[in-house]
Design a protein around this ligand. Sequence first.
Ligand SMILES: [Zn+2]
Ligand SMILES: [Zn+2]
Length: 418
Amino acid sequence: MEVTALGAARQVGRSAFLLHGQSTKVLLDFGVQMEREPVFPIHVQPKDIDGILLSHAHLDHSGAAPVFYLSEGVDLYTTPPTAEFTRLLIEDFIKVSGFYLPFEYIDLLSMFKRTHYADLYEVFKIGEFTVQFLDAGHIPGSASMIVEADGKRLLYTGDINGAGTMLLNGADYNFGELDAIITESTYALSDHKPRHEVEKEFVDYAREIVEGGGTLLVPAFSVGRAQEIACVLRAAKFPYPVAMDGMALKANEILMRYQEYLKDPKEFRRTLENIDIMENWPQRKRMAKTPSVIIAPAGMLVGGLAVFYNEEIATKDRNGIAIVAFQIPGTPGRTLLEKGIALIRGKPKKVKAQVKRFDFSSHSGRKELFEMLKAVRGSPKVMTVHGEEEYCTKFAADIKEQFGFDAVAPVAGDVIKI
Ligand SMILES: [Zn+2]
Ligand SMILES: [Zn+2]
């Protein structure tokens, strides 16, 4: 086996790896780097690959895959919820960034015609490769994968969260003996605060804002984080109205069909039954003035209904804005967090509402990444990817030192023999 890093090499975006067996070639993810103009992975010809394995729906893993469907296309394999979430996210991507993209909606449709579903733990074959998806705990439907050929076993973690959240179980580390690992390194050098502490801080803040007569806006990613926040509030018996809006509602509908991917389906259903669904503008305007919590995408305020709510909520000092996800530099969410400035009716203004950040990560921190490596049997070759340069290189050095594994932080274009 050989692995070529086509992206996510000493960077967080555009995850894409070419896995080359004796007679079969598959891609592990094919995502974009989210900048003003999306950046694509190193290209490969559709005729040169036998399939794409998609770990989860986030655009930095899925967003470039439709390029293969401008021509004849290739078979794509993923879990059923990931297929549906990918469709939701790429449709939106085409709406927002279509001008910069080489593909259109019709190519996305062709992609879904070539999509094959595999549930977690189902074993399937692509040419000489035997593949199994494992629960990655990152977002609903997300998978790590074991790819086996020629007596060698490779683990691709995708994005992984070992810690478990109110919505999802922690990642499954039942890997068995491995010859190679491609591991994410997003938070390889830092630890997250324990989840229950973050949850408590968030609920306390929500109470403080609402009991002071204010409204709390939670800009949240539509797949996973929005639902998790609602579950956190319900578990804490939060006694005030909780509203949800925008694309998060479409994600709810999809999740209702795949409840077996959730930690506690019953709690999830109860949570959804008790939230206020926003359906029209009078309702939204009223809710923005009601002491309540409003959960709305986009998570970094780049678009969606969070932008509308932010304009309503940011101008009053009794209100609050809870940032519950990492904010990419240059996004409106990052500017709000760092400078307290937001666009209000087209003009940058100092916001009056309180802005507070909460570390609800969906990636393993350093502690969980090392726990994962401890669960590995054998002496695998390790590739540290999906992290800033310093994170990937230092993580590789730490793995060498602590476990004695041969670990490298590839750069884009590198070919690693297994
Ligand atoms: Zn992800
Ligand atoms: Zn990612």
